[in-house]
Design a protein around this ligand. Structure first.
Ligand SMILES: [Cu+2]
Length: 164
């Protein structure tokens, strides 16, 4: 019942074109995808971040294995972490585990998605479509709400290095 209400709320927000005004969410199998968002990119920028929350209330362990989007040549799954005093980022070729009964958050400073080789920089206010592929739950199309450019910790951790 709760999910049903959530879906209706999302649909209403979508129809009103106010996706940015509140939280939006998606569902696939047991998984609930909460509020995918990104940041506006500077003109000429080629790399954008993606953040979202994955809730797995089910009894089966799952895994986010890959992501794709028409807006990017590829979408990589990354993890940022401290190695001593140095902030490091690495690609996770195996994706991100989403254990049963757990919640995984992709956010600045931790797990995140990297939209690589973006041809049209994301603009504040637009919705960027992408497909998340889960090992068990399968694919789900979601939309990333693009917020303002400011305050993105992403800018600080050397994404230029893996620009392709
Ligand atoms: Cu990254």
């Amino acid at each position: 019942m709760k999910n049903h209400l959530k879906n209706i709320a999302f649909l209403a927000a979508f129809l009103l074109g106010t996706g940015l005004a509140g939280a939006h969410g998606f569902k696939v199998g047991d998984l609930e995808i909460g509020h995918p968002y990104s940041r506006a990119m500077l003109p000429g920028a080629k790399v954008g971040g993606g953040y979202l929350k994955i809730v797995n209330p089910g009894k089966t362990d799952d895994r986010l294995v890959s992501v794709s989007s028409d807006r990017a040549a590829s979408v990589q799954i990354h993890e940022m972490s401290m190695d001593g005093t140095v902030m490091k980022m690495r690609e996770l070729p195996q994706g991100i585990p989403v254990p049963a009964g757990d919640t995984v958050e992709l956010k600045p400073g931790g797990y995140h998605l990297m939209f690589m080789n973006v041809s049209q920089p994301f603009k504040e206010g637009e919705m960027v479509k992408a497909v998340l592929n889960f090992e068990k739950a399968g694919p789900v199309e979601v939309e990333f709400a693009v917020g303002p450019a400011g305050g993105d910790t992403h800018a600080g951790h050397g994404h230029k290095e893996h620009k392709k």
